[in-house]
Design a protein around this ligand. Structure first.
Ligand code: FES
Length: 104
């Protein structure tokens, strides 16, 4: 199945350490800005479905902590920090002329 590109937001509308949730087809994807880069991860936590865009971001470790049971997910790879065999879907993000897009 080929991927589609979805508009996320204007680059400057996502603050450092902040996030937005985007409907991309049948999925909701959370897009984070960390150290000036953008990362996209499925919004629904693999554990029990917590909303990762409402989680806490640790910018130095590039992780998001799920707000429900505090599992830490890598924004770069989607791996669960404590148990890397568990992995969330992550998506490519690119910035074009100050606008952020994700491929899903
Ligand atoms: S729902 Fe995310 S850690 Fe439990």
């Amino acid at each position: 199945m080929s991927k589609k590109e979805y508009f996320v937001a204007k680059e400057n509308d996502i603050l450092e350490g902040g996030s937005v949730a985007v409907q991309a087809g049948s999925r909701i994807i959370a897009v984070f800005r960390v150290q000036g880069k953008f990362y996209a991860i499925l919004n629904r936590c693999l554990h029990k479905g917590g909303s990762l865009c409402d989680g806490t971001v640790e910018t130095d470790r590039k992780i998001v902590r799920c707000p429900w049971h505090l599992w830490d997910w890598s924004l770069e790879t989607g791996h669960l920090e404590a148990y890397p065999r568990k992995r969330m879907l992550v998506f490519d993000v690119r910035v074009v002329d100050g606008e952020v897009f994700l491929k899903a």
